[in-house]
Design a binder for this molecule. Structure first.
Ligand code: ADP
Length: 397
């Protein structure tokens, strides 16, 4: 591992800061951590350096205080940041709008643009920006790079990016499909191409974590994706509805007397697996469904049904399918979801090897789970957004 050339990756969420210090060339992680429940009284802090993990519970008022704690932990536990050879700080930014198709060196103008885009990512861009501002203040001597979640979807075909909404309204308010999880979809689709040694693939990438999204990628270019103006649209997620008739909103306002803030919370935080089955963790849902608990069974049915619908739709969008990749927490770890998502899709050329599917090792490697002779190669590809952000940040500087 080189002494110089590490990147600190920072992902500031609404009440959390995730970070990693890593070598973008080797992928070696020198330290990683998480500050959760910022501004909620008792914040949880976890910092891992080498084999040592430190946990703390303490009051952290805001992102500035959170980042100060992170830097303090690097000082106390290590690795010492001044000797870690940091060449850049890479920041995950959810919404880059139409402007950013690639990572960018952050200056004041970029900060302002991220702020200007906040109305189309109200839950994400403000905390991302807060993290950037504090980090630039606390680490002023290294370049800071913004890596946008939307960048990979920047040149979606117009027909895929456009909602059939009144043109003037859409233009005035910059309403279109921006997508999200782009860093992961790009990383995973590149891994698939490299593994199969082919650039010309028609692929579907299923990023199934707490947030879930699907993308259709042809020859390395995204041609459709399930997340839209915000990360609410598309697949069923841990706590988000995914696709829902927009008229449900009118109905809830008129007949249930809910406010916009309540509906926002309902769709984003009280729905999906949690809203249907009582738990946002797929492991719990699977266990309960296995025991025959009806709500969890239905939650799993709805989740899988939506996945299958997107697989079929994207195969149609691309006029066929060569590869399909499962990624993120659920995609990498749940043989049940993978099996059920692809069951009966032989007509699309998908033949899953049940034994391979069950035997997937959680060792970070890319594994093929389709049967010999399957027209479509099905793979499990561990995503690594931090590594991708670090590599992209390095490329910019
Ligand atoms: P995030 O979107 O927060 O980055 P992850 O990609 O880490 O999330 O995915 C987290 C989710 O992965 C958990 O909520 C859980 O539902 C799911 N998960 C993790 N391990 C398993 C497993 N063994 N089986 C099924 N689901 C799993």
């Amino acid at each position: 591992m080189s002494a110089a050339g590490t990147v600190l990756v920072i992902n500031s969420g609404s009440s959390s800061i995730k970070y990693q210090l890593l070598d973008p060339r080797s992928g070696v992680v020198l330290a990683a951590g998480l500050v959760e429940k910022i501004g909620e009284g008792e914040a949880q802090v976890k910092h891992t350096a080498g084999a040592e993990t430190t946990r703390q519970t303490r009051e952290i008022a805001d992102h500035e205080a959170g980042l100060r704690v992170v830097l303090e932990l690097f000082g106390q536990i290590g690795p010492d940041l001044s000797g870690a050879g940091i060449v850049a700080v890479g920041h995950r930014v959810v919404q880059g709008g139409r402007r950013y198709s690639a990572p960018v060196l952050i200056d004041q103008a970029v900060e302002q643009e991220i702020e200007r885009l906040s109305p189309v990512a109200p839950l994400h861009n403000p905390p991302n920006l807060a993290g950037i501002r504090v980090a630039r203040e606390l680490l002023p001597d290294v370049p800071h790079v913004a890596v946008f979640d939307t960048a990979f979807f920047h040149d979606l075909p117009t027909a895929a990016a456009t909602y059939a909404l009144n043109k003037e309204v859409a233009e005035a308010h910059r309403i279109r499909r921006y997508g999200a999880h782009g860093t992961s979809h790009q990383y995973v689709s590149e891994q698939v191409s490299a593994t199969l040694g082919r650039e010309d693939l028609r692929q579907i990438v299923l990023h199934l974590g707490n947030g879930c999204s699907a993308s259709a990628v042809v020859g390395g270019r995204a041609v459709d994706t399930s997340m839209g103006l915000t990360p609410l649209e598309g697949l069923v997620m841990g706590t988000r509805t995914g696709d829902i008739d927009p008229a449900v909103t009118f109905h809830l306002v008129r007949n249930a007397g809910l406010s916009m803030a309540e509906i926002d919370d309902l769709y984003n935080k009280q729905s999906g697996l949690k809203g249907l089955g009582g738990h946002n963790d797929m492991r719990v849902i699977e266990e309960l469904a296995e025991q025959g608990e009806p709500d969890a069974s239905l939650a799993l049915d709805v989740y899988v049904h939506r996945l299958r619908k997107y697989v079929g739709a994207y195969a149609a969008v691309m006029g066929g399918l060569d590869a399909l990749a499962f990624s993120a927490g659920v995609g990498e770890n749940s043989p049940i979801v993978r099996r059920r998502a692809l069951h009966g899709l032989e007509f699309l050329g998908v033949a899953l090897d049940e034994d391979r599917n069950e035997a997937v090792q959680r060792d970070g490697s890319i594994q093929v789970i389709s049967a010999e002779g399957s027209e479509v190669t099905v793979l499990v590809v561990p995503t690594n957004e931090e590594l991708s952000i670090a590599q992209q940040a390095l490329a910019v500087i």
